[in-house]
Design a protein around this ligand. Sequence first.
Ligand code: ATP
Ligand code: MG
Length: 571
Amino acid sequence: MKLSKLFLFTTKEFPKDAEVISDKLLRKSNMLVKSHSGFYYYTPLLYKTLQKIRNIISQEMDKAGAQEVLLPILMKKELWDESGRWDTYLNADIMFHLSNRKDTEMCLGPTHEEAVTDLVRKFITSYKQLPVILYQQNTKFRDEIRPRFGLMRTCEFIMKDAYSFDHSEKGLDESYNKMRAAYKKIFDRIGLDYIIVQADSGAIGGSGSEEFMITSDSGEDTLLFCTECGYAANLEKADSVLNEVEFINYNSDLVKLHTPNIKTVEELVRFTNIPAYQMIKTVIFKLIFKESEKFAAVLIRGDLEINEIKLQNHFGCLELITASEEEVRTLTGAQVGFAGPFNLNSTVELIGDNSIKEVNYFLCGINETDYHNINVCFERNIKMPQTFDVKLAKQDEICPSCKKNRLIGKMGIEVGHIFKLGTKYSLKMNAFVTNENGESIPMLMGCYGIGTSRIISAAIEQNHDQNGIIWPVSIAPYHILIISIGKEAEIITEANELYNSLINKGYEVLFDDRDVSFGFKMKDADLIGIPLRIVVGKKVLDGIFEISDRKDNQKKELDISALYDYLKDKL
Ligand code: ATP
Ligand code: MG
């Protein structure tokens, strides 16, 4: 392709609303053009990169035995009601929905478990037909609250989603491991630096799940991992062993303490000199279920925070929000900041985080404005509620796996997510097969997503310098960029000849034949990041071409046959 003809319109400035480098570079070059918040135009160079990513993904999926299909984007509510997810997604405000002229309600698919289960149940009736793995690379729609970071979080994006169907746990494990191995090959081939972390299953549901994360400061996910034993988890899921603290044995009776207008743990520490870890705070949440609401109070050590995702999973509610000031006042009869386990309204379900089990002689609220109790002991003064792991793990706490090293925190971009769904969808949607014993059993499913378009941004976050993108060869829109300098007819002829001959040899070549200055061409070359660059200038009259690598800018002067050898070696 000649740059003079290419639909590419680079600019000099970064767009003002771009926050991360990948978005800045993509939009400065206009490879990516913003339509409106969360929606983009891909111009030809970027579309080539997208297609390359798609191809790598499809090739590895095919090799792993998955078969490509195309599922409808627009789906009927009826189908989503079968799984019960219409309400969950509607409630989370993440789903675009509409109705047709007959008032049939539909959604633009944010994910496709329902559709693929519907397709499979039409034909698969016996265990003998299993396993089946189907996948597609299709457009997904999600009404994201905060679309941002260019292609990282958009409302319309390309996802590879695969779904496996088996008739035994063993089969599901095998399918899951096949997909996991294929994912590793995909991210290795693209040339990304990634880690695999334990993950929460979220609204998609199911048991085990892992995420493929590109570590990068611009990532939106926090990861905790142990360099000793390899434990790695998304913060949403992570556990930790708490650092040892020395509890003080006050060894005295319960005392009701006047704490005028002293509400937060910090204020209480200052006021009482009791360490935060020897306080128990009570946080009240409103739990929203499909047809009801209720309140829950969670007790947790004063120095720790609650992981709301763990809490939501525990209660199995559609949504969970901290109770409003007014709700707290009604439920506790006290101002916010004084809630506690004593005399709590009986409609509020009380649970504790595991961290409260070790604490005694603690301070806590008593649902009375301006008062707290100190020296409270479980069992002596109050019954310990049932406890669960609902705390937010932190870096520098101890690895829950080897129990030796401290956890390290890093930010990550989620590019892939694999789940064991089990029978969550097959049961509800009646996708059954007969097993070896002639019994009818629900199929065991897995689902496996890759953010095809998000990979573009993640790859740039990991591969750029201050001047532009440095595409990994595997996903570069073109491999070679020829730049001609000077207006002499001979130079132009040589450059054209080189361009034609490289194309004939099967290389993917871009030729900057524009009538603009050398400096201008070089700036664009840096920006669009084509891996190899060949400059055709005056030296070509002596048969010399200058070749350089976008990565390190090392220049080599080669004659034509050495140039061909070099390209053969590099590409
Ligand atoms: P996130 O936590 O980042 O919102 P998710 O867990 O909701 O993602 P999945 O449902 O697991 O996403 O989707 C599979 C893959 O699709 C993700 O791993 C991610 O790479 C990609 N993806 C999800 N949401 C978006 C989005 N809004 N824009 C671009 N890619 C996305
Ligand atoms: Mg995910």
